[in-house]
Design a protein. Structure first.
Length: 257
């Protein structure tokens, strides 16, 4: 994030790497006596697990304030919540056995515990989303704070279209369709969900962002397009989604009978 809404200078200033974590948060002596950990190193934190997240948030606020007071142009969270730049992500993945790590030589030639792959690598949830939201007061609530990737939205598309998690009565009511047009491709709207031809899902746009999140129940297929471009006239994700669907499932966008 930027320290203000003003345009960045030709040579903007920012942190390189992490900001020093305060002594009340991290055991600096333990950290100094080792290379950056590749597996979880909970013993580095001075704060009890019950209060650790709150303490990390407080340290992040202090790091941001220090950068603003120093006049930096691009502000970061300082990596206050991380034991190292790599293990924060690697140990959040499924398929990584964090309780039985492997061993590799570090740059000094000594053995060092490293994440051990024990199965297919899957990212079950966003890893850095909360760091972004909690660190950036410019990120609004609601839509602006819901940071998702295309794979996330593809999984969500199936849940949205099938009513997973809803009672049968609620799911049926949600798909009580009301026609939006009587010409062109069949387009109907339910309760927070759209039927576009044989597809069920939703779309949305704000200035600078648009997406199409739709699921084809007959094929158990999702097609999701997210675009960092949109204005009052153009919503590129809609056009791109339509062209993709015409290629993959050309008969799934029938017109009204």
């Amino acid at each position: 994030m930027t320290a203000s809404s003003s345009p960045l200078p030709i040579l903007p200033t920012s942190l390189v790497g992490s900001y020093a974590q305060p002594d009340w948060l991290i055991d600096r002596a333990k950290l100094a006596g080792r290379f950056p950990p590749r597996v979880r190193a909970r013993e580095l934190w001075r704060v009890d697990p019950e209060y650790l997240e709150q303490a990390q948030d407080d340290a992040t606020v202090l790091a941001i304030r220090a950068q603003v007071e120093a006049g930096l142009d691009i502000i970061t969270d300082g990596e206050m919540r991380r034991e190292s730049y790599s293990n924060h992500f690697a140990t959040a993945l499924e398929g990584v056995d964090i309780d039985n790590p492997g061993t590799a030589l570090d740059r000094s030639g000594h053995p060092n515990p490293v994440p051990r792959i024990a199965g297919p690598i899957v990212r079950p949830h966003p890893v850095g989303v909360r760091d972004v939201i909690a660190s950036n007061p410019a990120v609004p609530g609601a839509a602006g704070a819901m940071v998702s990737t295309v794979p996330d939205m593809a999984r969500y598309a199936a849940l949205l279209a099938t009513g997973t998690g809803l009672s049968p009565a609620t799911a049926a009511q949600r798909q009580s369709w009301t026609p939006l047009t009587n010409s062109g491709v069949r387009l109907q709207y339910g309760l927070g969900v759209t039927q576009l031809g044989d597809w069920v899902g939703h779309d949305g746009s704000i200035f600078g962002y648009s997406d199409m999140v739709f699921y084809l129940p007959s094929q158990q297929a999702a097609v999701v397009v997210a675009s960092n471009v949109a204005d009052a006239q153009a919503v590129p994700s809609q056009a791109l989604w339509g062209e993709i669907v015409k290629i993959l499932y050309p008969d799934s966008l029938p017109s009204w009978p």
